[in-house]
Ligand binder design. Structure first.
Ligand SMILES: C[S@@+](CC[C@H](N)C(=O)[O-])C[C@H]1O[C@@H](n2cnc3c(N)ncnc32)[C@H](O)[C@@H]1O
Length: 360
């Protein structure tokens, strides 16, 4: 079925709209489907308009996007809605744009993750409860939620202003607002643990996690103190060498699975090849990218997850530059995935492997 719609609608971390707009514009142009981005600073979303939304969404798969938390295809924008009846114009719009050809698997009523839109959360929840049975009755929605089908998104920008959009299963984030909800474990040495946990969830499929993490594998954690990332690796069954001048949580050391070396993460190298290396050192991103590439080039590890801190102004330019540098200097075929995670602040997280993986 051809994809209806007039634009892409992507969510991002508020403040990173220029990076997402830059990424979408550049990638779409490279794919031969130029378009233009429309956004406002700190709004938490970018609309990307082009001649053919179907071609755009195929050219920009969600998994390939770095600064997008969510990717949807926008089908309509409704302004000036009457608070007494928002449902009728939405139904009318669905008939006009989709001509009854869709049965969605789920309805998600959302709002961007911005300070301005967060107060709309209550309205989104109650409106969802009112709209859902009406959509089911009209055949727009399956009787029970079916995550394998496309989702209908109703995105509140204001009480009288909504965007209607479609989230394709497999080409969008499977979490409302594009935010995976993770709870901090009581034993975790730091909140940073959530970053690596999210990276494993977002950058790898369940099958890949099973394949790439096995009991008894060995890994290094560069910039490990106080030990959040080492703790996550340990819970995946790894024995970990944690590199940092700073202290590690006592309990982690007592586990007997973690060895602490007070060394410089930019100079230390393992005596024998490891399975994994992770790195959360706060340093210039180019320097980190070069060091990570050295690890893969020299075969010191097969898989890596690392952070690139982006405190500078031109963050999309720096991201592209660092990833190009990394790929070039690795001097071998590397599969690379990168994303600004929900738990990332001014940074992105990168997964790279020399093992061949096919995306699910
Ligand atoms: C953001 S913290 C890491 C937090 C850690 N990932 C966790 O989950 O608890 C960054 C760490 O990098 C360390 N670091 C910075 N430069 C380093 C270097 N050249 N060698 C080793 N560690 C370094 C710092 O000491 C600091 O502890």
């Amino acid at each position: 079925m051809s994809i209806p719609g007039d634009a892409l609608l992507c969510y991002c971390r508020p403040g990173f709209e220029p990076e997402l707009a830059g990424e979408l514009s550049e990638r779409a142009a490279l794919a031969g489907h130029p378009g233009y981005a429309r956004t406002e600073r700190n709004s938490g979303y970018v609309e990307f308009l082009g001649a053919d939304a179907g071609a755009l969404t195929r050219a920009l798969p969600f998994q390939s996007l770095i600064f997008a938390r969510q990717k949807l295809v926008r089908i309509a924008e409704l302004r000036g809605l009457d608070p007494k009846d928002r449902i009728t114009p939405i139904l009318r719009t669905l008939v006009i744009t989709l001509s009854n050809a869709y049965t969605f698997g789920e309805l998600w009523v959302e709002h961007p993750d911005s300070d301005e839109a967060k107060p709309l959360a209550g309205l989104a929840r109650s409106f969802g409860n009112a709209l859902r049975p009406v959509l089911r009755k009209g055949g727009w929605l399956t009787g029970v939620d079916d995550p394998r089908r496309s989702r209908l998104h109703v995105v509140f920008l204001a009480g009288d202003h909504v965007l209607l959009a479609i989230g394709e299963a497999g080409d969008s984030a499977p979490w409302p607002l594009g935010i995976p909800r993770l709870r901090m474990h009581a034993d975790a040495p730091s909140r940073s643990a959530l970053k690596l946990e999210e990276a494993l969830m977002v950058l790898l499929s369940e099958k890949e996690r099973e394949r790439l993490f096995r009991e008894g594998m060995r890994g290094a954690d560069l910039g490990a103190s106080p030990g959040g990332w080492s703790w996550v690796l340990m819970r995946q069954g790894l024995r970990v060498i944690s590199i940092d001048n700073g202290p590690l949580q006592e309990k982690l050391l007592e586990s007997g699975r973690v060895e602490h070396l007070r060394e410089d993460g930019f100079h230390w190298q393992p005596r024998t090849p490891l399975d994994w290396m992770v790195c959360d050192m706060v340093e210039q991103p180019r320097r980190v990218a070069e060091r990570m590439a050295t690890w893969l080039r020299e075969g010191w590890c097969r898989h890596t997850i690392f952070n690139l801190k982006l405190p500078m102004k031109k963050r999309w330019d720096e991201t592209r530059l660092c990833l190009d540098l990394f790929e070039k200097q690795a001097e071998k075929t590397v599969q690379l995935r990168a994303r600004q995670l929900y738990h990332d602040r001014e940074e992105i997280t990168v997964f790279a492997t020399t093992t061949s993986l096919s995306r699910p």
